[in-house]
Design a protein around this ligand. Structure first.
Ligand code: WT7
Length: 653
């Protein structure tokens, strides 16, 4: 790790030495109740990971048992080979014969304050109706169905309906632009898009259907669009292609037997950013994904029958897939979902919801915690948060100050915090405390879960000694790992299994402390983490050079107290184009329109030229240092034009 930013964070992080052991009261009822119990579980799983995952898979329903737990030849893994199952059956039907039949599966609240609850029986009915509606549109097993929706129960219904009939869902976050949606529709070859007229965000309506109309113009594989009437905004309907959700389901049958699908049947594609401009379609399959998602949900969150679990992520991200939709439903839990902005109408919206719905487990991102911390503890203090018993975080390293604030002002110093490390690619949690067993250290995701062979290694793949840093890798395949990049097996092999031969390369740097705890230091590739969302620098760059005034651009991240990182774009203009504040604003909007507002640069800096090596490579490290406002240190001997450095620094204001 020569990255100076990483070195700085090492020294900051290691100042926090206090560890927080689980309280005796919490440990007493926890599924893994002590450090020794976890160590025992991990040791057994290390001796035979297959036996461990085999037992986890057996907790679920299989129409036909598997012959072989794992078939592995780098980089291709098959889990539960020969087994037949269905994820929607495991999330729904399996719970209908017992006391969970009429238990709340989903409690949804909209920004304007509407609340709807679905029991397992009701959700099952909706899923069957919609699954038949999809079949009626000609959707067959293996077909791709895009879901571009607000965070409404129907988004989960659509996912489960796809899983039920063996269609592959591709959820595209509703905040993505029409262009980003179009690219994903084309890459996946989607035949159906499920959307809504609009969704709620900060008191306004997000016009999803308009974006779909624009995207589908350039996506010839799309044959049908299903539209949920939700925000009641005016939209245009193309009678030859568009179908109202309520009309389709009104005439559909509520009987839809689940397809008996192969364990390796593709379940979903989810796009994420990599270090090139082209988003990667991460493919997950059925049996392994289901097994690890169910296990981690149950044990990382120490789930009890009476819990009310709230994961604040949107289903457009993997967290929403695994811990809003699938994880809770696989375990027969009650999940809360909220469609809207966290500070609308007031900064206490989340705390009011926790209190009104008696949320007992709350899972959110560090960026949200830092926002709440800034707004002040008077907002949570207004509400009775005593229903909470466990807190979680995910998405980026949490700074100890935010961790302690979360613990005190949200958790009432009573709730343990699980800092869970994982990725879109890993499908489910990989590194995390088990709340009744693992002493937490603020800022550390602690230890690999049982059955997960994660470690920090040097470039040759050798485990680094305690107290040092390196690359975070996973040595052995795990059930919920990605199976490929959709349509690009070669990129899959190269990106994940070749950087350090034979091991899965996460792209994160990490440090192992004296107790073997893992401290994630962030990405080492050209991927930014803004508010817990991965953005690729080159994707933003290619958006910028798509503007007719822009000659060249280089995008880097600058540390940002609130968002983790902020996007800074260095831009050179074409001859004759004059830099101006208006043009900066225009370019920021241009990126937001091309990708989505999450990618809007915090700052645009015009420059006459970019610092390059003699071979013409942009020296991003220098730009990162300049963007961070610090002096340029380290080696600049490969820089082609030294004058440019001084200029870039002068131009700062
Ligand atoms: C990247 C994955 C997995 C759900 C959300 C993000 C960073 C994730 C942590 C954590 C430190 C974390 C990593 C990782 N990350 N969780 N607990 N501590 N960093 O999914 O968009 O695929 O991003 O998020 O850098 O590689 P994603």
């Amino acid at each position: 790790m020569q990255n100076e930013q990483n070195e700085r964070s090492i020294s900051v992080l290691s100042k926090e030495e206090r560890s927080y052991a689980p309280s005796a009261a919490f440990a007493k009822t926890a599924s893994v109740p002590s450090k020794a119990a976890r160590a025992k579980l991990s040791a057994a799983a290390a001796r035979s990971p297959e036996k461990f995952w085999d037992a986890a898979a057996r907790e679920l329903h299989w129409f036909k048992p598997w012959r072989k737990t794992l078939q592995w030849k780098v980089p291709d893994a098959k889990w539960f080979v020969g087994g037949k199952t269905n994820l929607s059956y495991n999330c729904l039907d399996r719970h209908l014969d017992g006391p969970r039949r009429n238990k709340a599966a989903l409690i949804w609240e909209s920004e304007p304050g509407k609340v709807r609850t679905y029991t397992y029986l009701q959700l099952h009915r909706e899923v069957c109706l919609f699954a038949n509606a999809l079949k009626g549109l000609g959707v067959k097993p293996g077909d791709r169905v895009a879901i571009y929706m607000p965070l409404v129960p129907e988004a989960v219904v659509a996912m489960l309906a796809c899983a039920r009939i063996g269609a592959v869902h591709g959820v595209v976050f509703g905040g993505f632009s029409a262009e980003a949606l179009r690219d994903r529709l084309n890459d996946a070859g989607a035949s159906v898009v499920v959307t809504a007229d609009g969704g709620w965000r900060k008191g306004a309506i997000l016009r999803l259907k308009d974006a779909v109309d624009e995207a589908v113009k350039g996506a010839p594989t799309v044959k049908a669009v299903v539209v949920l009437k939700h925000a009641d905004n005016e939209i245009t309907i193309d009678e030859t292609r568009d179908h109202w959700w309520h009309r389709l389901t009104a005439k559909a049958s509520p009987v839809c037997p689940p397809e008996k699908l192969d364990s390796e049947h593709p379940l979903f594609i989810l796009y994420t950013s990599g270090s090139t401009g082209k988003p990667k379609g991460i493919l997950h399959t059925t049996g392994g994904y289901m097994t690890q998602t169910a296990w981690t949900m149950k044990h990382v969150f120490d789930l009890k029958e009476t819990d009310v679990f709230w994961c604040t992520a949107d289903v457009g991200w993997v967290t929403g897939h695994s811990y809003l939709a699938y994880g809770p439903l696989l375990n027969g839990a009650t999940a809360v979902m909220y469609e809207g902005a966290p500070l609308t109408p007031q900064p206490d919206r989340f705390w009011s919801m926790i209190s009104r719905h008696s949320v007992s487990i709350f899972y959110t991102a560090p960026t949200a915690i830092r926002t709440f911390m800034r707004l002040g503890e008077e907002h949570p203090a207004k509400h009775d948060l005593s229903s909470l018993r466990l807190l979680g975080t995910v998405g980026e390293p949490i700074n100890p100050e935010a961790w302690r604030w979360y613990k005190k002002h949200i958790g009432g110093d009573r709730c343990p915090i699980v800092d869970t490390w994982w990725q879109t690619e890993t499908g489910a949690i990989m590194i995390s405390p088990l709340p009744g067993a693992t002493a937490a250290k603020p800022g550390s995701a602690t230890l690999p879960l049982p059955g997960i062979d994660a470690d920090v290694v040097d470039m040759t793949g050798k485990s680094v000694p305690l107290g040092s840093g390196g690359y975070l890798v996973v040595r052995r395949p795990w059930p919920s790992m990605l199976r490929t990049i959709w349509g690009d097996a070669e990129r899959y092999r190269k990106q994940y299994w070749s950087q350090i031969p034979g091991m899965y390369f996460t792209g994160d740097g990490a440090r192992k402390d004296k107790d073997g705890y893992l401290w994630i230091l962030g990405r080492i590739d050209d991927v930014l983490n803004v508010s817990g969302h991965r953005l690729s620098t080159s994707e933003i760059e290619s958006a910028l050079v798509g503007h007719p005034f822009v000659a060249e651009s280089a995008v880097v991240g600058r540390p940002d107290e609130l968002h983790g990182q902020a996007v800074v774009a260095f831009v050179t203009l074409k001859g004759g184009k004059i830099p101006s504040p208006e043009l900066k604003e225009l370019l920021r909007e241009f990126v937001a329109k091309a990708i989505g507002s999450i990618a809007r640069p915090a700052e645009i800096r015009f420059t006459d030229s970019l610092p390059k090596t003699r071979s013409g490579k942009i020296m991003r490290r220098l730009l990162r240092e300049i963007a961070a406002g610090g002096a340029v240190r380290g080696d600049v001997t490969t820089l082609e034009d030294f004058g440019i450095l001084a200029k870039l620094q002068q131009d700062e204001e």
